[in-house]
Design a protein around this ligand. Structure first.
Ligand SMILES: [Zn+2]
Length: 282
């Protein structure tokens, strides 16, 4: 199944007065902030406008900036897509007014997602099964499974509602959703799944999906260790019955999730290839 990536398209628009023809140094700045994720500041200085991004979250996000320009020229190819990893402010591009005595303006289309563009997965890493050491569950679907994993490297384990879900790898909790309560085999419910997303040290994100309502036990920004309880499983979203869906993803140039095949330690063996219909414990 596909999980909706939350992309917020926003536009703001500035149409300036005709700037001083002598390029006097009157500086006008304007700042807008989005979704508690970042702020974008446009600093006008004479016939130039500098766009600066300030990151508000401590983990990375990927931003796609498109601009509709009137009588302005950008110093970068548009659309501009890039990830922001460092804290603080970064200049992203400069605009120049082409003909100072004509009306000029710019208009943003911004889209962003949490995560790193094309993160390189550490393929040597062996993941833990995302449940308790004394438990074992049947894999009901693996990579490219025909039921709902076509084109996706994701694993489903059938498990009763309320089963403790444990981190398969260390990381930082970057996104959570636990307010949804509907579930069933209706594609309209795709965006109704609860989840926890954990950023790994290589920039990929582990996604634990279909959690029970109010079943998340961590907060955004928490550092979690492999094996730590993060949530309780459920049946929310597009789901044929209680199960846990797990995948590791990175962000593509289209701001989509690209899922990555990973290896597990299962039934006492490292790197086990999980198969549909088989039961696995630690
Ligand atoms: Zn699944």
């Amino acid at each position: 199944m596909r999980f909706v990536i939350f992309i917020f398209g926003l536009i703001w628009q500035v149409f300036g007065p005709i700037p001083n023809a002598d390029h006097s140094t009157e500086i006008a700045a304007r700042e807008e902030c989005y979704d508690d994720t970042f702020c974008i500041e446009s600093i006008q200085d004479g016939d130039k406008v500098n766009l600066v991004i300030s990151k508000l979250i401590p983990w990375d996000f990927t931003l796609l900036i498109n601009l509709r320009l009137e009588n302005m020229v950008a110093d970068r190819k548009l659309p501009l897509i890039r990830s922001f990893t460092a804290r603080g402010k970064e200049s992203v591009l400069n605009l120049r007014i082409a003909e100072p005595n004509r009306k000029w303006g710019y208009r943003f289309d911004l889209k962003w997602v949490v995560g790193l563009l094309d993160a390189q997965h550490d393929d040597q890493y062996v993941y833990s099964l995302p449940f308790g050491r004394n438990k074992s569950f049947m894999v009901s679907q693996t990579y490219n499974g025909l039921a709902s994993h076509e084109g996706k490297n994701a694993i489903d384990w059938d498990m009763p509602r309320g089963t403790g879900v444990r981190a398969a790898r260390d990381g930082i909790v970057v996104e959570i959703e636990e307010s949804r309560f509907q579930g069933g085999l209706d594609p309209a419910l795709i965006s109704e799944a609860n989840y926890v997303r954990i950023r790994h040290s290589d920039g990929t994100i582990g996604n634990y999906v279909h959690l029970m309502p109010n079943g998340v036990r961590v907060y955004k920004g928490d550092r979690v260790r492999r094996g730590e309880l993060i949530a309780y499983s459920g049946d929310t979203g597009y789901s044929s019955g209680p199960h846990l869906h797990f995948e590791v993803f990175t962000i593509t140039g289209a701001l989509q999730h690209r899922t990555i095949p990973v290896r597990f330690r299962a039934n006492g063996r490292n790197g086990a290839q999980l198969e549909e219909g088989q039961v696995y414990g630690h």
